[in-house]
Each structure stands twice: as structure tokens, then as C-alpha cells.
Design a protein around this ligand. Structure first.
Ligand code: AMP
Length: 400
């Protein structure tokens, strides 16, 4: 099958020397009290920035940060902490420009020195960004010779810097991160080596229906944990106590179980759980002996027998995709199942193991096994939309 990247240029296809390169990145990192608390997205952006600088580009990098709503949000959502961090990591002079739509970037570019780059202030300070307005896109185009998109995590959004600018620029392509993200997800989507096991968890079935439907023919086995599992158990008539169930998805869950069976595919649900009476306290945390959960108790993690079952199934896998934690892993006492699954993934040296972004990326990072999986996506929403078969606007905008 044809790769998604067929017909799309990569940054390496261009001669960047003295060209004004606009590099859209996803530098949407969590910031608390002015400090960046997770560096994943910045680290992932560095190879493309370095490549552009080393090849003589006059570089303008840009990103969004959070969801600023009013003028007052300009301090809270400023990219200044990111500018400082980039300056430190790149050992380059990072000039933060407040108004991307002003004359300032063009003027600065004319005299930009070798070890300098421009970082535009949060693109979402201009409402044209989310509304894909022409004003911002035209302003950026006026100082862009080559457009590079390396913002995988934002490429499912038809925003000005993602689709508006490339629509008006002839020379355009992907950066290294985008290339890797797509190649890894294509490996799962187009021709996954069998057996292909998909682990699904997290809070809701409804968020993952698209992915389930798109992968159902390719997957050999689904392993289901997290709150999602209770909706499936409820569909089988298993008592789940006070656990979170999506009542309007029970029927769908039941039908899906039947479809899986009819196709001779396997779907494993938890056979035991870790339960509490209150979400916010681990005081009475215990394991159940079977899949039933007593009245008044709620499931916060998969139990040890389930971990064993999932581990056994994973050991046969040649391809694994994981999206969604097995429990409320943000609470240390409820993280055992999620971390055990992360460990089981790390112990598969011959399989391609891909972790979807968002909470799953946070979970594998917290588990300490992040460097032992093949790929962790930097984009939660983008990777899910991609895996449900949607065309990402940011990728389509790069076609010649
Ligand atoms: P998602 O974004 O759909 O992958 O969901 C991630 C969220 O699901 C995390 O914040 C988890 O705390 C939550 N979650 C996982 N398991 C459970 C559970 N058993 N009950 C409630 N929330 C859960």
C-alpha cells in the first residue's frame, strides 16, 4: 500500500542556504509557574531546528501554546519560557517576536546572523490562527520561502499556520518528527506484522470507537483496560459496582464483542480489578478475585491476574499499539496495572511497539520504560484521528 508521505517533500529535499524557512512546530508544553514541566515536545523538535540551522536557513519557528482566550492570557500563554529553553539547548540566540503579523520578522530576517533564529510568539494570540484567517497566513507568507511542518500534534487542525500558509507557499514539506510519526503510524495502519495486538484503555469507549472500527480488520487481539473496560463488562452483564460506565455505549460494546467473535478475533477484558470506595482515597484499595465488582466499589486499575493475561498475549505480538492507561495512573496507588503493561511492552525486543500520545505518553514516561518502546507519538488527538483513518489537514496541505 502507498505510504501517506508519497508525493510529499521532506526538509532534506530543499537547499536551505540563506532561504527564509518557516518551521511550524508543536511546542505546546505544560508550563507551571513559568517552568516547563515536560520537555518531550521540545526535545522532539530539536533535530529539525538543528538541521535547518546547520544548513544555513534563516529560520523562523512558530507554535501555539494552550488556549488563550483574552488579552490577559498573554502572559500566562507566552512562549517566553520556551524561547529561553531553546536558547539554552541550541546554544543559539533565540529572538522572540511579539507580533508575527507585523513587519518585525521580515526586518529581522534581513540581518539575521548565523547563530540566530526567530521564535514567533504564541500563534493563537491572533484569532486568525484558529479561524484559518488570511491575515495571519498572508503575513507569514510574506517572509517565507520554504514552509516546513513538524507539528504532528497540531496537524489534525485546519489552522492558519497548518493549512493556510502551505496553501500559498510552493516549496513545502515535512520535518524529521512529522516524518517519523507518519512512518510509524503507517507501519500499523498499512501492513502491520502479525500478530498485531492493540491495547486500549483510558476513560471512554466513545473516544476510541473510530480507532476500533478502523483497526478491527487489522488487529488480531484487543486488550481492554481502564474505565473503558467497565462498559464492555456491563455489556456482558457483569456487575461493575459504581465504576464509570458509559451507559449509551453499552449496546455498541456488546455488538462489538459479538463482531469480534464472529471474525475469530480476540478481545480480552479484565478478569480482576483494583477497587476502592472513593476515587480520591487509596485507604481501602484491594483486588477482586474475579471480574465482578461489588456494589458501592469502583474499579481504578486492572488486577494482577489481568496483568498476567495481557502480558501473555503481548509476548506473542509482532506489532503493538497502545492507547489509554489501564487505570487512574495519575494516582500512584492506582498505577500498578498501567506500569506493568508498560513493562510488558518494554520486554518485547522483536516487536514494533507504538504508544499513542496524550495520557498514554505521560503514562509510559512515568513508568520509566519510555526508552524501550519503538515510538511514542507526540500527538494525542492527531494520532487517534490518523488511526481512525482520517486524512490530517496538515499533511494534505503539503501535497504538491
Ligand atoms: P483517555 O484520555 O481517554 O486516554 O483517558 C485517560 C484518563 O482515563 C486518565 O486520566 C485516567 O485517569 C482515566 N482512567 C483510566 N482508568 C480509569 C478508571 N478505571 N476510572 C476512571 N478513570 C480512569
Amino acid at each position: 500500500m502507498k505510504s501517506t508521505l508519497a508525493g510529499i517533500h521532506s526538509i532534506e529535499d530543499f537547499d536551505l542556504k540563506d532561504k527564509r524557512v518557516f518551521l511550524r512546530l508543536d511546542l505546546n508544553v505544560p508550563i507551571k509557574n513559568g517552568k516547563i514541566t515536560d520537555m518531550t515536545r521540545i526535545d522532539a523538535a530539536l533535530p529539525t531546528i538543528r538541521y535547518a540551522l546547520e544548513h544555513g536557513a534563516k529560520l523562523v519557528v512558530a507554535s501555539h501554546l494552550g488556549r488563550p482566550e483574552s488579552k490577559e492570557d498573554r502572559v500566562k500563554y507566552s512562549l517566553e519560557p520556551v524561547a529561553n529553553k531553546l536558547q539554552e539547548l541550541l546554544d543559539a540566540d533565540v529572538i522572540l517576536v511579539d507580533e508575527p503579523e507585523s513587519e518585525a520578522p521580515s526586518a529581522l530576517l534581513r540581518s539575521l546572523k548565523k547563530n540566530q533564529l526567530i521564535l514567533l510568539e504564541n500563534l493563537r494570540f491572533n484569532e486568525d490562527e484558529t479561524e484559518n484567517g488570511d491575515g495571519l497566513a498572508n503575513a507569514i507568507c510574506a517572509y517565507t520561502d520554504i514552509y516546513i511542518n513538524d507539528a504532528f500534534g497540531a496537524s489534525h487542525r485546519a489552522h492558519a499556520s497548518i493549512v493556510g500558509v502551505p496553501a500559498k507557499v510552493k516549496q513545502k514539506g515535512v520535518g524529521f518528527l512529522m516524518k517519523k510519526e507518519i512512518e510509524m503510524l503507517d507501519k500499523i495502519m498499512l501492513a502491520p506484522e502479525q500478530p498485531f495486538v492493540t491495547i486500549l484503555g483510558g476513560s471512554k469507549v466513545s473516544d476510541k470507537i473510530g480507532v476500533i472500527e478502523n483497526l478491527i480488520d487489522k488487529v488480531d487481539t484487543f486488550l481492554v483496560g481502564g474505565a473503558m473496560a467497565y462498559t464492555f463488562l456491563a455489556a456482558q452483564g457483569v456487575a461493575v459496582g459504581a465504576s464509570r460506565v458509559e451507559k449509551d455505549k453499552v449496546k455498541y460494546a456488546g455488538e462489538l464483542l459479538m463482531r469480534m467473535k464472529a471474525r475469530d478475533k480476540k478481545m480480552f477484558l479484565p478478569v480482576d480489578h483494583r477497587i476502592v470506595t472513593k476515587f480520591d482515597s487509596a485507604a481501602d484499595l484491594k483486588s477482586t478475585s474475579a471480574s465482578e465488582i461489588p456494589d458501592g466499589w469502583l474499579g481504578v486499575d486492572i488486577g494482577p491476574k489481568t496483568v498476567e493475561t495481557f502480558r501473555r498475549e503481548l509476548q506473542r505480538a509482532k506489532t503493538v499499539f497502545w492507547n489509554g492507561p489501564m487505570g487512574v495512573f495519575e494516582t500512584k496507588d492506582f498505577a500498578d496495572g498501567t506500569f506493568a503493561v508498560a513493562k510488558a511492552l518494554a520486554e518485547l525486543p522483536h516487536a514494533t511497539t507504538v504508544v499513542g500520545g496524550g495520557d498514554s505518553a505521560a503514562a509510559i514516561n512515568a513508568s520509566g520504560y519510555a526508552d524501550r518502546v519503538t515510538h511514542i507519538s507526540t500527538g494525542g488527538g492527531a494520532s487517534l484521528e490518523y488511526l481512525q483513518g482520517d486524512k490530517l489537514p496538515g499533511i494534505e496541505a503539503l501535497r504538491k
